[in-house]
Design a protein around this ligand. Structure first.
Ligand SMILES: Cc1cc2nc3c(=O)[nH]c(=O)nc-3n(C[C@H](O)[C@H](O)[C@H](O)COP(=O)(O)OP(=O)(O)OC[C@H]3O[C@@H](n4cnc5c(N)ncnc54)[C@H](O)[C@@H]3O)c2cc1C
Ligand code: SF4
Length: 538
C-alpha cells in the first residue's frame, strides 16, 4: 500500500497520527509519515484517510477508494461534458510528479488513444519532498517513496531513456537510443536538477553531495548514518535548511554557509529570514551568513577534508551538501523553436508552450517545475514555481486542456502553496512572498515561532507565511484571491494593538537571474523573427 499526504492541504491536527500512529507522526504541527507502510497497517491507514478532515491522504487507487479530490478534479466532476480529443497519440516527457499526474488525468478525461510516458530515470514515479526529510533521518527508506498509483494508467512507460530533441513541425520526440516517437500532442514535464558545485574537480571529491533524486538521497543518508565529524551545507534555502535540521536531529555537528544575510531570505524576505536564523542557531547550527565557500578541499585520497570561506576562515568537514538551487532541464529543447531557456519553458496560462517569437503553440503543453507561466493575480508576471502543489495543479490543467477544445480550456490560476518542515516547525506559504513591498505579523509571535506573516504589495494582500499555524492558510488564500486590502483587518484575530507593517525586504523581483539571450532579425513584419542564444551548459 502506498500513501501520500497532500501537505499543501494538511492542517496538522493529527487525527491520522491518532488512528495510525505507526505510520503518521506529528511533531508540533509538522506531519511526517511512512509512504510505504506494511500490509498490517492497512485498516488503520484506511481509517486515518477517512477521518482526515481535509481529505489530504491519498492511497493507491487500485487497492482502495480514492479519497480527496484536488480542486481541478472537483471542477472536472462538476463540468458539463465538452467535445474531447479521445483518440490519437499523446506523449509526456518527464515521468515524475507532473508527468504521472497528467497521465492519470488524461485517462480520467476519457482520452482513449495511445499514451506514451518518457522518463530518463529508471524508477517509477516517486515523491521528492520526503528525500530531504524522512529519508535523511532514516525514518523511511529511500525506496519507499514511490507515488501511489491514483489510478491504473494504461500507457507505454519508457524508462531510463532521456528525450534528446523535440521536432515541433513534424511532431516528433527524439530519444537518446535513436528512436523517434510521433505525437499529436506532447506535454513537457522535465522539471529541474540540482545545481552542481561549479568546480568539477572539487565536486568529484568523495563526500560532496547534491540532493534531487532517490539515489542522491540514499547516498546522503548513508553518509549521515556513518556519523561524519561535521557536515557542511552550502546554501540556506529550503533544501539546505531542511538538511541542516536533519543533521541536528541526528545530533551531527553542522555548518551552514549562506551568501545572503539569513536563511530563506530569497524566498521569504529579511524579517522571516531573521526568524529562521535564530531557529538555526537555537538548534546548534553553526550558521555563517553573508559568507560564501570559495573552495572545497580534499586529501590525497580524493576525500573531502573541508572548505575555505570568503571571510578567510576554514571549516573541517567530511560531508558537504551543495544546496545552491536548481537548473531547469531544457537543454533537450534546444533547436525546437520554443521559448525555453534558463528561466524554464514559457507558456500561456492554459499551459500551451510559447515559441521563440512569443507565439502560442497549439500542440505543445508544459507543466511543473519547468513551466514559466503568467499569473493574472501577480500582474501577469511570468513565474516558475518549484512547488509540489503547483506541479500537481498545473499537470491537471495541462492534461485537461490537451484534450479539450478551445471553448472548454481552463486557466492555471491556483494560488501557489508551499510547505517545509525544519527544526520541528511546519512552515507554509501561500501566494508569492517575493511579490511584496511590506510585511506584517498579523497573528502570533515570531519569538514563539508560532505566527502568520502577511505580505502586501501596493496596498493589497499578496502572500502569507505561517510558522506552526497552517490551519490559517486557507483564510489568507481567500484574502489573496480577493485582492483584500493590506494590512489585513480581521475580526477573528484577537490583538490589543494593530500590528505595524514594515518593509518586506525581499529580493528585487525585476532583476533577471540570467541575461536575455534573444536576438531579433528582419524589418518587415512578415520577416521579423526572434532567435534564442543559449548560454553554455553548466
Ligand atoms: C529534496 C527535495 C525536497 C522538496 N521538498 C518540497 C517541499 O517540502 N514542498 C514542496 O512544495 N516542494 C518540495 N520539493 C519540490 C517538488 O518535489 C517539485 O516541485 C516536484 O518534484 C516537481 O515535479 P515535476 O514533475 O515538475 O519535476 P521533477 O520532479 O523534477 O521531474 C522531472 C522528471 O523528468 C526527468 N527528465 C529530465 N530531463 C529529461 C529528459 N530529457 N527526458 C526524459 N526525462 C527527463 C527527470 O529526471 C525527472 O524524473 C522538493 C524537491 C526536492 C528535490
Ligand atoms: S489534516 Fe489530515 S493528514 Fe493532516 S494531520 Fe490532520 S488527519 Fe493527518
Amino acid at each position: 500500500m502506498r500513501v501520500i499526504v497532500d501537505l499543501t492541504r494538511c492542517q496538522g491536527y493529527g487525527q491520522c497520527a491518532f488512528l495510525a500512529p505507526d505510520v503518521f507522526t506529528v511533531r508540533d504541527e509538522a506531519l511526517l509519515y511512512d509512504l510505504d507502510p506494511g500490509g498490517e497497517q492497512r485498516e488503520h491507514v484506511l481509517r486515518a484517510a477517512a477521518a482526515c478532515p481535509v481529505q489530504a491522504i491519498h492511497l493507491d487507487w487500485t487497492q482502495t477508494r480514492r479519497v480527496g479530490l484536488s480542486s481541478a478534479a472537483r471542477l472536472l466532476a462538476e463540468q458539463p461534458a465538452a467535445a474531447k480529443m479521445t483518440e490519437g497519440h499523446i506523449v509526456i516527457v518527464g515521468a515524475s510528479l507532473a508527468g504521472a499526474r497528467a497521465a492519470g488525468v488524461l485517462r480520467r478525461e476519457g482520452f482513449g488513444g495511445t499514451l506514451t510516458v518518457i522518463g530518463d530515470e529508471i524508477h517509477e514515479p516517486y515523491d521528492r519532498p520526503p528525500l530531504s526529510k524522512q529519508v535523511l533521518t532514516g525514518q523511511v527508506p529511500s525506496g519507499h517513496t514511490m507515488l501511489p498509483r491514483l489510478r491504473e494508467v494504461e500507457a507505454e512507460w519508457i524508462a531510463g531513456t532521456p528525450a534528446t530533441g523535440l521536432d515541433v513541425a513534424n511532431k516528433r520526440v527524439h530519444l537518446a537510443d535513436g528512436r523517434e516517437i510521433g505525437f499529436d500532442r506532447v506535454l513537457l514535464a522535465t522539471g529541474t536538477r540540482a545545481r552542481p558545485w561549479p568546480n568539477e574537480a572539487e565536486a568529484a571529491l568523495e563526500g560532496v553531495h547534491t540532493l534531487r533524486t532517490l539515489e542522491d538521497a540514499a547516498r546522503l543518508r548513508e553518509a549521515l548514518a556513518a556519523r561524519p565529524r561535521r557536515v557542511l551545507v552550502l546554501g540556506a534555502g529550503f533544501t539546505g535548511s531542511e538538511i541542516a535540521s536533519v543533521c541536528r536531529e541526528l545530533d551531527l555537528p553542522v555548518t551552514v554557509v549562506e551568501r545572503g544575510p539569513s536563511p530563506l531570505v530569497s524566498a521569504l524576505g529579511a524579517m522571516i529570514g531573521g526568524v529562521a536564523a535564530r531557529m538555526h542557531r537555537d538548534h546548534g547550527v553553526d550558521l555563517r551568513c553573508d559568507t560564501t565557500v570559495t573552495a572545497l578541499e580534499g586529501d590525497a585520497e580524493g576525500r573531502l577534508r573541508g572548505a575555505r570561506l570568503s571571510d578567510g576562515s576554514t571549516v573541517e568537514a567530511d560531508v558537504a551538501v551543495v544546496a545552491l538551487g536548481s537548473i531547469r532541464n531544457v537543454e533537450w529543447l534546444h533547436g525546437s523553436g520554443l521559448a525555453a531557456g534558463v528561466w524554464g519553458v514559457a507558456c500561456d496560462a492554459g499551459c500551451r508552450a510559447v515559441d521563440t517569437n512569443g507565439l502560442v503553440t497549439d500542440d505543445v503543453f508544459v507543466a511543473g517545475d519547468i513551466a514559466r507561466f503568467p499569473h493574472p493575480l501577480y500582474q501577469y508576471q511570468f513565474m516558475t514555481l518549484e512547488h509540489w502543489g503547483n506541479a500537481v495543479a498545473q499537470a491537471e490543467i495541462a492534461a485537461h486542456n490537451m484534450v479539450s477544445d478551445q471553448a472548454h480550456r481552463w486557466p492555471h490560476l491556483s494560488v501557489p502553496v508551499f510547505w517545509s518542515t525544519q527544526f520541528g516547525v511546519n512552515i507554509k506559504s501561500v501566494g508569492v512572498p517575493t511579490f511584496a513591498d511590506e510585511i506584517v505579523i498579523a497573528q502570533g509571535s515570531t519569538d514563539e515561532r508560532r505566527f502568520v506573516a502577511v505580505y502586501g504589495y501596493q496596498g493589497r494582500v499578496t502572500a502569507a507565511v505561517t510558522f506552526d499555524q497552517g490551519m490559517w492558510l486557507e483564510y489568507y488564500q481567500g484574502l489573496i484571491e480577493r485582492a483584500a486590502p493590506f494590512p489585513p483587518v480581521s475580526r477573528h484575530v484577537d490583538r490589543r494593538e494593530a500590528p505595524r507593517p514594515v518593509p518586506a525586504q525581499v529580493p528585487d523581483r525585476t532583476v533577471a537571474t540570467a541575461g536575455a539571450t534573444v536576438v531579433v532579425t528582419g524589418h518587415d513584419p512578415a520577416e521579423r523573427r526572434a532567435t534564442l542564444l543559449h548560454p553554455p551548459r553548466r
